[in-house]
Ligand binder design. Sequence first.
Ligand SMILES: Cc1cc2nc3c(=O)[nH]c(=O)nc-3n(C[C@H](O)[C@H](O)[C@H](O)COP(=O)(O)OP(=O)(O)OC[C@H]3O[C@@H](n4cnc5c(N)ncnc54)[C@H](O)[C@@H]3O)c2cc1C
Length: 399
Amino acid sequence: MTARAADVIVVGAGPGGAATAILLAEHGLTVQLLDRARFPRPKICGEYLSPEAPRVLDRLGVLKTVDGLATPLAGMRIIAPDGTVVSGEYRAVGDWRPYREHAMAIERALLDEALVERVRALPIEFREQTRVSDVLVERGQAVGVEALDRDGRVARLSATLVIAADGRTSVVAQRLGLRRAHRLKRMALVTYVSGLEGCRDYGEVFVDPPDYAILNPVAADRANLSVVVPLDHAAPWSGRLETFFTARIRHLPHLARRLAGARIVAPVSAMGPLAYEVGTPRVGGVLLVGDAAGFFDPFTGEGIYAALRSAELAVETAVGALRTGDCSRRALADYGRARRRVFGAKARVTRALQFVISHRGLANLTARVLARRPGRLDVLLGVIGDFVPPKALVTRHVR
Ligand SMILES: Cc1cc2nc3c(=O)[nH]c(=O)nc-3n(C[C@H](O)[C@H](O)[C@H](O)COP(=O)(O)OP(=O)(O)OC[C@H]3O[C@@H](n4cnc5c(N)ncnc54)[C@H](O)[C@@H]3O)c2cc1C
């Protein structure tokens, strides 16, 4: 069966896909949004939202809803391997101001459902339980997708442009041969804990190479606990994750002390390897947003913001290309340039931070330097929080 052609098919209705669909619909384009899941659906995540994410959520018309569901986080507390504690806050650095002077903690099922609710309120053809199985390419140009509905019926759906927002297992990226393994091989173990003393308005990061762990208070008496470990340490325990998880926590002394008296209140979920790379499409008619375009590591907690921001950039390029009727690879190349401009410097900072947190001595030294110069940590949090440009780390003189 071949259905009517849309201007754009968006594959995946997570933050990247929902944002893309909403922005395209606001431009008056016809959009089909397809997701294999039925919402609300769970998603393994640290559930931290960077302080710039509210700007995009506001633009999408969901910030009020999200404000009612999220816990505001004034800052982050980092505990180094030797126990040095440094705290930083999300506040203006010179003229650079965050959209909100706090980050947020919010359960993904709630955040993603808020976005999907907005999708449902707009003239978007949203099909849940529709799994895209292939991308259709003719003469070097993507022309649609093949999808299976919940009854297993196959449909070929056509569009002038396909935007892949189907996350880390992106079928579109795989079918186009763009996905590559990354040499950083880590696994995340995620659960929730209750009964934690004083875990309310700060995220807490425990650095203890080769692991790190993050506590993020998503609701009253409920914190997301994510522990990231080398993949080969966790792999032999795949059938006994809870045992591995509990034992591993005992090896992180500062985290173990922090968790004394708390209890794990949800099954442990695992995901790994976390990092992978995705190349630029070699065909026209296709753009990749969010995790479908690649992922590094959740340490700096910016995947959701990157998905939302890349949706904005993709829509800018898509609208221009659809207006001129040219969705060739060359016409869409602007998007890659915009991504490099917006994410390039930050990605280098993220990689440098990974180096620091992978080396015990360096992590301790950095924490001690930051403890003496708290203003520096605010700048770093501003960079991680996407409202301070990375160059400020070298040009801005703060105590
Ligand atoms: C352990 C871990 C912790 C993280 N912690 C944080 C954090 O604290 N803060 C943060 O900002 N980011 C975090 N991230 C990253 C963040 O989760 C992602 O960057 C974000 O979800 C990307 O959004 P997306 O819309 O691109 O993809 P997703 O949210 O993964 O959405 C993809 C959608 O596509 C659908 N889909 C997939 N395949 C198909 C198909 N074949 N057909 C149709 N639909 C399909 C899925 O059902 C899903 O709804 C974390 C990631 C991991 C792994």
